[in-house]
Design a protein around this ligand. Structure first.
Ligand code: ADP
Ligand code: MG
Length: 312
C-alpha cells in the first residue's frame, strides 16, 4: 500500500497555475469519489528501546483530522513527525493509546490509506502507466483500470509520457507518476511525509498547487509533514507544531495547533499568513527581530528574510 511521491520538475502549465484543465475535472468527477474518513488519535504515545531504558518519541497525542481536512505537521528534526505518520499508516504500532480511521480501530496497514514519502519508488522496468496501475485497488477490472490510469496521468500532467520508463523522464515527472500511483486507489486518507522536500523552490510551489487541485477534485483526508512553515500555511486547514521530547520530556508532543484562516487557494502574500509564519517559526525556536523573546537575542537572529524552512 505504500506509494511514494516526490519531486516535480517540468510541471505543466495546466497543473501549476491553479487552473485545472476542464477536461481533467470532468474525468475525475466521473470517477467514483472516495469518502474521506476521520483520522482520530487518542492519547497516542510511542517509545523505542534505548540504552538504559526507553526513548519516548511521542506522548499523549490527541488529534482528530476531520474528513476532507488537510493538516500539516511541523516540528524540529527528530521530534517524531515521521513516527506519527508511520503510526497512522499502520506501519508501526503505538506504545500507548489508540488510532481510528473512520469507525475502525487501526490494526495494521489499511487499504483506505495511501502514503507517499520523499523519494519516488517507481519500478524502473515498467512504463509510467504501468507504475501508476500498480496502485489500483485489487480486483479493478482491466477496462476500468485503464481508464482510471488515464485520468490520473492527465491529472498530474503526464498523459504524454504514459509509455515512457522512469529513467527516460525527469525526476519531477517521476514524482508526479508516483503521486498518481498513490492516488490510484482513491485513498480516503493520504499521508505525505515531506513530499516536496527534495524539490527546487519553483517546482515545489507548482507541486503544492497540484496537490490542492487534486484535493479539490478528490477531497481525501490529508496529513502532510513538511519542514517548510510557509508550505504548511499554504496547504493546510490546521498546522500542528510538535515539540521534541528530548528537550521537554514531560509534555505532550503537540506544542501547538494553529488554525489557518481563509479558504484555499490562499494568497501567498496574505499578511495574516505572514504573521502566523512568524508565530510558528517562533514556536520552532526561530525568532525574528520583531518577535523578541525573554532570552537575549543571539547574534545570528534571523532577519525578516529568514528562510521559512527548518532543519529536518
Ligand atoms: N524504529 C525505531 N527504533 C528506534 N528509534 C526510532 C525508530 N523510529 C524512530 N526512532 C527515533 O524516533 C525519533 C524521531 O524520529 P522521526 O519520527 O523520524 O523524526 P522526524 O521525522 O520528526 O525528524 C528519532 O530519535 C529516531 O531515532
Ligand atoms: Mg521525518
Amino acid at each position: 500500500m505504500i506509494e511514494s511521491m516526490t519531486s516535480i520538475i517540468d510541471a505543466p502549465s495546466t497543473s501549476s497555475g491553479g487552473h485545472r484543465d476542464p477536461g481533467t475535472s470532468a474525468a475525475v468527477a466521473e470517477h467514483a469519489r472516495p469518502r474521506p474518513h476521520e483520522v482520530r488519535l487518542d492519547t497516542v504515545g510511542r517509545s523505542f528501546p534505548a540504552p538504559g531504558g526507553r526513548q519516548v518519541v511521542l506522548r499523549e497525542v490527541d488529534l482528530s483530522v476531520v474528513p476532507g481536512e488537510i493538516v500539516a505537521v511541523v516540528g524540529p528534526s527528530g521530534c517524531g513527525k515521521s513516527t506519527l505518520l508511520r503510526l497512522i499508516a499502520g506501519l508501526d504500532r503505538p506504545s500507548a493509546g489508540e488510532i481510528r480511521i473512520g469507525d475502525s480501530p487501526l490494526r495494521g496497514t489499511d487499504p483506505r490509506t495511501a502514503v507517499a514519502f520523499q523519494e519516488p519508488r517507481l519500478l524502473p522496468w515498467r512504463t509510467l502507466e504501468h507504475n501508476v496501475a500498480l496502485g489500483l485497488p485489487r480486483g479493478t477490472g482491466k477496462r476500468a483500470g485503464r481508464e482510471r490510469v488515464r485520468e490520473l496521468l492527465q491529472l498530474v500532467g503526464l498523459e504524454h509520457a504514459a509509455t515512457q520508463r522512469p529513467r527516460e523522464v525527469s525526476g519531477g515527472m517521476a514524482q508526479r507518476a508516483s503521486l498518481a500511483r498513490a492516488l490510484a486507489r482513491s485513498p480516503e486518507v493520504l499521508l505525505l511525509d515531506e513530499p516536496f522536500g527534495a524539490l527546487d523552490a519553483l517546482t515545489r510551489l507548482r507541486m503544492q498547487d497540484l496537490l490542492l487541485e487534486i484535493h479539490a477534485a478528490e477531497p481525501t483526508t490529508v496529513l502532510v509533514v513538511t519542514h517548510d512553515v510557509e508550505e504548511a500555511l499554504y496547504l493546510a486547514d490546521r498546522v500542528l507544531l510538535l515539540r521534541s521530547l528530548r528537550e521537554d520530556p514531560t509534555s505532550g508532543s503537540i506544542a501547538r495547533t494553529v488554525e489557518v484562516p481563509g479558504v484555499r487557494p490562499r494568497d501567498r502574500a496574505d499578511r495574516s499568513l505572514a504573521d502566523l509564519r512568524v508565530e510558528l517559526l517562533a514556536g520552532l525556536g526561530v525568532h525574528s527581530p520583531s518577535t523578541p523573546t525573554a532570552s537575549a537575542p543571539t547574534p545570528s537572529a534571523p532577519s525578516a528574510s529568514t528562510p521559512t524552512e527548518i532543519p529536518s
